[in-house]
Design a protein around this ligand. Sequence first.
Ligand code: PLP
Length: 399
Amino acid sequence: MLDLSSKATGIAPSQTLAIDTRAKALKEEGKDVVGFGVGEPDFDTPQYIREAGKRAIDEGKTRYTPVPGTLTLRKKIAEKFLKENGLSYKPSEILVSSGAKQSIFTALAAIVNDGDEVLIPSPYWVSYPEMVRMVGGVPVFVPTRQEDDFRVTAEAVRALATERTKALILNSPSNPNGCVLPGGTLRELAQVAVEKRFYVISDEIYEKLVYDGEKHVSIASFGDEIKAQTVVINGASKAYAMTGWRIGYAAGPANVIKAMSAYQSHAASNACSISQYATEAALSGGEEELSKMVAAFDARRKLIHKLVNDAPRLSAFLPKGAFYIMVDLRGVLGKRHRGVAVESAEAFAELLLDEEFVAVVPGEAFGAPGFIRLSYATSEERIREGIRRMAAFVGKMES
Ligand SMILES: Cc1ncc(COP(=O)(O)O)c(C=O)c1O
């Protein structure tokens, strides 16, 4: 067998998708699996968006589009930024990609040199550190604590910024912990970024999924200086239940978007033409569908938070956004299951899947050992069943 590249062999495959694969295999064996693993809305893409996709096919809009996306879609995205985020971008400052994941990767590829440091608040979305490594950068983790609602602070960022710091990745609302950063914190973070001269990649993919009257604010909206250093990431996957359509987008300074576009022109050309037309429709309406989805997530969020905190030895922080909850296992780890001590969230997650058929993601995957992440993008009935099984499993563990 010939060698693979050291870059490729150094990459850890996505643990979220690994759990999902194992859960799917058990389902195929006929097991009644409760899936809290993968992060996608369980709603169907709204009808008006599906119709727009079908229309695009029937009208033959099935050819290559410009690399950065159709002009009409980029204009629609520019309108969205102005209306919802108070940000003014020209179409030349916007790039459409095959999912927000590709947008983030391409942004990193455009700005990170070998050895550059990229600050990542921890716990983090699984893909950030691997993406940074894939482009030759060095991830530097900025710790946050459950006791502080997982909010990253400007002081913590300042303390870790060096002359090699090229960027900070922000994700508010956050996957995995549902933290929504308040405007004051974002303003302070913007000041540090401007003062220390590093980019901010602001992943705002969960912007529409906020609860308890929280309001999403984009860090780029705190003035021209920070806007000129920020690449805002967003997309259709989470807000419009369009995960499979693969549309994400980035907005930022023209030179960064141009470099990203050049990179994408060789790596992927354009995002799927049909999906681009469907996203144009998505951005043109559907507030009613969205608010129904948000209301359902909100009810599930409250339910899962209560059930987890009612369960023996488990506790969880009430998330303010997205559709994930982090469960604190610190009251469980070290206890024994069938005589064997369960020492890590990973071991806990494996046992829970194999014995109770409940799929969760262990915290090691996102820099939070001692925690598991549950996605509550599933029905209230499945949430009740899954947490019932988890509570029973934990209740049986011996000291
Ligand atoms: C924080 C975060 N950013 C980006 C993405 C990727 O979104 P997309 O499906 O548009 O690539 C996800 C998906 O899980 C996510 O959780």
